[in-house]
Write a protein that binds this ligand. Structure first.
Ligand code: HEC
Ligand code: HEC
Length: 161
């Protein structure tokens, strides 16, 4: 009888962890989930770094093929933006926006959406937020994380994840 009880308790734990996993897949932040995403991103960054070896500090637009936003800064800064600024903010890996066999390709709609998100972000910072007086920060700024907070779809209320 006791054995059955222990087994049932174990089974429930397994179920709890499995449903936990599916929650993670929808973008809820947890350590385990972030570890595997971090690894995946590190893998692609290493691949790109290998390809641009010796050119890490050259102007980004002389190293990569299809940049419409980024100019001038050192090439390896682009990878930091891709990793932390974009991927981590949305809780995704590189493949969410890229064909990872061809990072220059624009075939994934998320890549062009990102260019428009960046333009929206800039408009808010430079033309809207700047005109609000009495804020705690000067200048007050937003970035991808402000809305996305580790999720593909920014939340509209505090309950829904
Ligand atoms: C949220 C979407 C998004 C994510 C996630 C993302 N990228 Fe990007 N990536 C872009 C956009 C947009 C551009 C083009 C920027 C421009 O037009 O200046 C780009 C450009 C690049 C380029 C330049 C390709 C070329 O030759 O033009 C590389 C390399 C790259 N990304 C690597 C990565 C890596 C590695 C990761 C994961 C660590 C990653 N990206 C994650 C949106 C994303
Ligand atoms: C002011 C809030 C806000 C900011 C700032 C913001 N986003 Fe978004 N983003 C949204 C909303 C809202 C959506 C649409 C979600 C939906 O489809 O319902 C979205 C959708 C996206 C998508 C499409 C995801 C998909 O696969 O459906 C991408 C990619 C994206 N954002 C990238 C970014 C990046 C990168 C930044 C920073 C440069 C950024 N966003 C900044 C609010 C924001």
């Amino acid at each position: 009888m006791r054995k059955i009880f222990v087994l049932a308790a174990l089974a429930m734990l397994v179920i709890a962890f499995t449903s936990f996993d599916s929650k993670q897949a929808t973008g809820t932040n947890t350590t385990a989930f972030n570890d595997s995403l971090d690894k995946d991103r590190a893998k692609y960054i290493a691949i790109v770094l290998e390809k641009i070896k010796g050119k890490e500090n050259l102007p980004v637009d002389s190293v990569f093929k299809n940049l419409k936003m980024f100019k001038g800064m050192p090439a390896n800064r682009l990878l930091a933006i891709m990793n932390i600024g974009y991927s981590k903010s949305l809780g995704v890996s590189c493949g969410h926006c890229h064909n990872t066999d061809d990072f220059a390709s624009d075939e994934k709609k998320q890549k062009e959406i990102t260019r428009q998100m960046a333009a929206m972000n800039k408009e808010i910072n430079n033309n809207l937020l700047k005109n609000i007086t009495g804020l705690q920060s000067s200048p007050a700024v937003i970035n991808c994380t402000t809305c996305h907070r580790g999720q593909i779809k920014p939340a509209l209320d505090l309950e829904k994840k």
